[in-house]
Ligand binder design. Structure first.
Ligand SMILES: [Mn+2]
Length: 329
């Protein structure tokens, strides 16, 4: 990361007293953890900072320090002149937060690690080599010479643990582990965070997992593990779409599968899909064909349409990508 990118952040932070912090729709541990960690750091600098997210907070992340202060756009009564957009490759990933809650001349700082970040923002810290946006927020907090409190540490550690899949994905570097170790030294409770992210499931989320597992199909000669959740299944499980977060990893776990896919009907004719790759297929590319995005090995999308139709369209797009990526298969 160039020093120039960092240098612009100090005057940005020192130049305002009130900040809005936002991140992407359907927030994950990195979106929420990096937002709340940055909020705590700005408060330690004597600033006011409010985290505003378009989507509801997933229950699994409610343990994070400061989670109870997160607001939805409709609850925000003032307009901010300075904002941070975190973990988002474009402004519209934050839903309507930026368009509703900022003054027309507001300045926006972007901190992100997505390939294909679109260049939005006045001040930018974008590094696709970082495991998580939380890792970049850690760098920024060090630059600002804010002591890492236990609260900051636990939020940022959650972001890193979440985006590395518990230090299992290919983005887990030695630097990632060093930053994580520093955060534990500063008070992040590693077992508490792991318990919350990976070992605590609500009844509805376990029931929807069961139904999703039963829907597993080996497609394209076993190269794609595909799971489908219909509105009816959500109703049967008493579950909401956020209860299905993470289920796609089980589709990817199918032995021999290069891609795991979870297609969900979240409302009538409203389909959400998650894709996970073993590294041999660029699922970010496939998702972008449907207006979505993410990373090479993990991406998502939302489209209008019928559940079965979207699933078949996605399988065909994945097959095209697999045949392009590996002519032997
Ligand atoms: Mn992230």
């Amino acid at each position: 990361m160039s020093d120039a990118a960092f240098e612009a952040f100090e005057p940005f932070v020192l130049g305002a007293n009130e900040f809005l912090i936002t991140s992407h729709v359907d927030p994950d541990g990195d979106a929420v953890g990096s937002s709340l960690g940055l909020r705590a750091a700005l408060q330690d600098l004597g600033k006011t900072a409010e985290v505003v997210l378009e989507s509801p907070l997933p229950e699994a992340l409610a343990f994070l320090p400061g989670a109870e202060t997160i607001r939805r756009p409709a609850e925000v009564t003032k307009q901010y002149g300075a904002a941070f957009l975190l973990d988002s490759s474009s402004a519209d990933r934050a839903g309507q937060v930026l368009s509703r809650c900022l003054t027309p001349d507001a300045r926006v700082a972007v901190i992100d690690h997505h390939w294909g970040n679109d260049g939005y923002g006045h001040v930018r810290l974008v590094n696709p080599e970082a495991s998580a946006t939380a890792e970049l927020v850690y760098d920024l907090i060090e630059l600002l010479r804010v002591p890492i409190s236990p609260e900051i540490a636990e939020c940022l550690y959650t972001g890193i643990l979440s985006d590395t899949g518990g230090f299992r994905y290919a983005n887990t570097s030695s630097r990632t582990l060093r930053v994580a170790a520093r955060l534990v030294e500063h008070g992040a409770r590693a077992s508490r965070v792991a318990e919350a992210l990976y070992a605590t499931k609500t009844g509805p989320s376990l029931r929807i997992l069961g139904l999703a597992l039963a829907s597993l199909e080996a497609r394209s000669g076993g190269r794609i593990g595909a799971m489908t959740i219909s509105l009816e299944m959500f109703e049967k499980a008493g579950a909401k779409p956020e209860d299905a977060d993470g289920i796609v990893q089980y589709a990817k776990a199918l032995a021999g599968a290069r891609v795991g896919m979870l297609v969900q009907e979240v409302a009538k004719d409203e389909i959400r899909a998650s894709l996970r790759s073993d590294g041999s297929v660029d699922v970010n590319q496939v998702a972008s064909e449907f207006g979505g995005g993410g990373h090479r090995n993990a991406a998502g999308l939302r489209v209008r349409g019928g559940l079965g139709q979207v699933r078949e369209d996605l399988i065909r797009a994945l097959e095209r990508a697999m045949n392009g990526a590996s002519p032997s298969s």
